[in-house]
Design a protein around this ligand. Structure first.
Ligand code: NDP
Length: 406
């Protein structure tokens, strides 16, 4: 019997939903590159249901308990007295979502003597100290592609939202106003702008494809260059590094993983290389951008806008400067946790668990760390090391959320 410890975000303030705005999800055959969607033997949930919160349990309880395993689900993840820290000591498997990350630091890994598998129900395993996982021989796996398109859609929305001054205009209407000049004085078309992505992996490429019909000039930088025919089809300009690319861009979108190479990449020096009045959209990871440098650049006007849904740590402390800086479009970490994405990452998590319990190999594209080294997707896109430093600050966000969504 194995103990599976699963950390999920809180249920909605009004309780676990009994109704949803839509009756079903569209059917998707395959991901854009031909990769198959998750293939578990079965699922015990209704796609379209809220699965990522504690009440949804990723649809795993019946499957695990029928097989004689123990499932512990908690949202209490931060600080030495948290349920997570207490339950971790004899857990065989930990499941966590990047939206509400259970930081698996080296100290926590040292306490988790039985731990063999850390699953990210989503994409981005930077909340695990990958170096410590490598050193301990723990397998780290994520559900590659499950929410890449969800995020790409969100990026396009945020670029348009910032350039068109959507949020301020919406606020003005809610406040009873009709002052068009106030809205228009910060509003631009993106047509003709230069838009660059840091990384053209699954999300970055999907953003480029979605922006192409807007008649913008597209740029990218990545460790591996895209095939020449893709560059030609999308009219892409490739740059050796982010530092080389950003001076050319009116909009920059960050779509690389967080690892030692990308931590703090958008610091004051990088932001100073950007055009005055550029927009920066970061749905990758909060720690890729320096929090004070971003806030300062919005204050000074070096950046005309910053949007995204990723912070460091998560949940963000209530006094995090990104909550109140000017001209931002931040949300909590939601872009990859649509109900559509949840159905895929819950099924993918189950597929990984089935492989683990049946002694079958986990798909190579799901692997980040395996056998004491970076593996699969991790070997392609990450570098060794640790990016969890400072995560203990998450414990400062203590009480449960009290702000109802209207
Ligand atoms: P992919 O693995 O498909 O793409 C990541 C890309 O980043 C790869 O092309 C990789 O290059 C590139 N890359 C890595 N390091 C660098 C670097 N130093 N400079 C430039 N490019 C680099 O992953 P996805 O596109 O699906 O996801 C990307 C990230 O987005 C995730 O790791 C996660 O952090 C974040 N994410 C956020 C979500 C949200 O809800 N906000 C949800 C899903 C993901 P190569 O492989 O060529 O070496």
């Amino acid at each position: 019997m194995a103990k599976v410890l699963c950390v999920l975000y809180d249920d909605p303030i009004d309780g676990y939903p009994t109704r949803y705005p839509r009756d079903n999800l569209p059917h998707i055959d395959r991901y854009p590159d031909g990769q198959t969607l998750p293939t578990p033997h079965a699922i015990d949930f209704q796609p379209g249901q809220l699965l990522g919160s504690v009440g949804g349990e990723l649809g795993l309880r019946k499957f695990l308990e029928d097989a004689g395993h123990q499932l512990v689900v908690t949202e209490d993840k931060d600080g030495p007295n948290s349920d997570f820290e207490r339950e971790l000591v004899d857990a065989d498997v930990v499941i966590s979502q990047p939206f509400w990350p259970a930081y698996l630091t080296a100290e926590r890994i040292a306490k988790a003597q039985n731990l063999k598998l850390a699953i990210t129900a989503g994409i981005g395993s930077d909340h695990v100290d990958l170096q410590a996982a490598i050193d301990r021989g723990i397998t780290v796996a994520e559900v590659t592609y499950c929410n890449s398109i969800s995020v790409a859609e969100h990026v396009v929305m945020m670029i348009l939202g910032l350039a068109r001054n959507y949020l301020q205009s919406w606020d003005l209407v809610k406040a009873g106003g009709w002052n068009i000049a106030d809205c228009a004085a910060r509003s631009y078309d993106i047509e003709g702008m230069h838009v660059g992505t840091v990384a053209a992996g699954r999300i970055g490429s999907a953003v480029l494809r979605r922006l192409k019909p807007f008649d913008v000039h597209l740029h990218y930088t990545d460790r591996h260059r895209l095939p020449a025919e893709v560059e030609q089809e999308l009219g892409l300009t490739w740059h050796e590094s982010a530092a080389d690319m950003v001076p050319h861009c009116d909009v920059v979108t960050i779509n690389c993983p967080l690892h030692p190479e990308t931590e703090n990449l958008f610091d004051a020096a990088m932001i100073a290389r950007m055009k005055r009045g550029a927009y920066l959209v970061n749905t990758a990871r909060g720690k890729i951008a320096d929090r004070n440098a971003v806030a300062d650049a919005l204050e000074s006007g070096q950046l005309a806008g910053y949007a995204g849904d990723v912070w460091f740590p998560q949940p963000a402390p209530r006094d995090h400067p990104w909550r109140n800086m000017p001209n931002h479009g931040m949300t909590p970490h939601i872009s990859g946790s649509t109900l559509s994405a949840q159905a895929r990452y819950a099924a993918g998590t189950r597929e990984i668990l089935e492989c683990f319990f049946e002694g079958r190999p986990i798909r190579d594209e799901y692997l980040i760390v395996d056998g004491g080294h970076l593996a699969g997707a991790g070997a392609h896109s990450y570098s060794e090391g640790n990016a969890t430093g400072g995560s203990e600050e998450a414990a400062r966000f203590k009480s449960k959320p009290t702000i109802p969504v209207q």
